[in-house]
Ligand binder design. Structure first.
Ligand code: ADE
Ligand code: ZN
Length: 325
């Protein structure tokens, strides 16, 4: 498969953090407008600067300091989706965090959300890309703050907000600490996912499924360290939102060749491909596809399968799914 074919494949992306997808230029422009000095988060070339995962989380949170108003999030959403569409993405599910949009207050969240929906509607009209939102709590902020995010999610569940998830530092606490929030989101009819098996091993993936009842796992790649679990994931049809470029950039694996995505696919696990936080990892969906094609010899049918599985696992309604399949 040549690069042009990879570029043109319509892509379904299930794992994209809206703030993590902010281009440094937009963050610098907002910092200028608001007279906030965040120059320390950039390197000499103007890219985000961090040395490991914990510093990545700090830089990520520092960048959100300039995202202050609902209109900032409208602009962010439009800009992120323009980039996604330019890389062939036709449908994106994006993690949206009430923590950065009013601090977990439901009324404030509704205003931010309204603005993001406006940005998404404009992007759909201009670029043809469809977006849906997954409300996200942040693990290292603890279970109490997660409850506030879950209440925001439950209050706004519907056509646009279709899921609930959790990101942040997987080494803090346990999945079960967040069971209340996941129960609340499930009762509101939301699809469920959580980051697991990115930093911790297979046990974390088991707990995500057993304690939170998720149908999808963010990353999940370290399940490969337990073949019994790999078999169970394949049997149950649990979908992994795999972000190879993120895993390599953050040092989970030294390079794509040693990344388990191809082995997991071979074992029958439903793997999908996403970018996580593209400018932080110097990647795009097109770049991910090109890398997979070159490293593992993936061809049209591999990508068609990945996108079919992603569309089937998307948290949108049936009518929307029909439009992207
Ligand atoms: N938030 C944004 N990117 C993340 C990642 N790769 N892992 C955990 N939380 C995140
Ligand atoms: Zn993520």
């Amino acid at each position: 498969m040549n690069d042009a074919d990879v570029r043109d494949t319509p892509k379904v992306e299930l794992h994209l953090h809206i703030e993590g997808a902010a281009q440094p230029d937009l963050i610098r422009q907002l910092a200028f407008e608001k007279k906030v000095d965040i120059s320390g988060i950039f390197d000499a070339k103007g890219a985000y600067r961090y040395k490991d995962f914990l510093e990545f989380l700090q830089v990520y949170e520092a960048a959100t300091e300039v995202l202050k108003s609902p209109d900032d999030f409208r602009r962010l959403t439009l800009s992120v989706l323009e980039n996604c569409a330019a890389n062939g993405v036709v449908y994106a599910e994006s993690f949206l965090s009430p923590e950065f949009c009013g601090g977990g207050d439901v009324a404030a969240w509704q205003e931010y959300l309204h603005a993001m929906e406006e940005g998404a509607a404009e992007a759909e009209k201009k670029f043809g890309i469809i977006m849906r939102g997954i409300v996200t709590c942040i693990r290292h902020f603890g279970p109490d703050r997660a409850k506030a995010s879950a209440l925001c999610a439950a209050e706004t569940a519907g056509h646009f907000i279709t899921g609930f998830g959790m990101g942040g530092d997987e080494n803090k606490g346990n999945q079960r600490d967040f069971a209340w929030s996941y129960d609340c989101a499930r009762e509101a009819g939301l699809g469920l996912t959580t980051h697991a098996g990115e930093w911790r091993g297979p046990q974390e993936v088991r707990e995500a499924i057993d304690d939170l009842g998720v149908s999808r796992i963010g990353h999940g790649v370290r399940c490969i360290e337990d073949m019994r679990l790999v078999e169970q994931l394949a049997e149950k049809g649990v979908v992994l939102e795999v972000c190879p470029g993120s895993n390599v950039a953050l040092g989970v694996y030294p390079d794509l060749k040693s990344h388990p995505i191809e082995r997991l696919r071979g074992y029958g696990v439903k793997v999908t491909v996403s970018t996580d936080d593209p400018p932080f990892f110097h990647t795009t969906m097109r770049q991910e596809y090109e890398n997979l094609s070159r490293t593992f010899g993936w061809e049209d049918w591999h990508f068609a399968q990945i996108n079919r599985d992603a569309a089937e696992a998307a948290f949108c309604d049936a009518a929307t799914r029909k439009r992207i399949l």
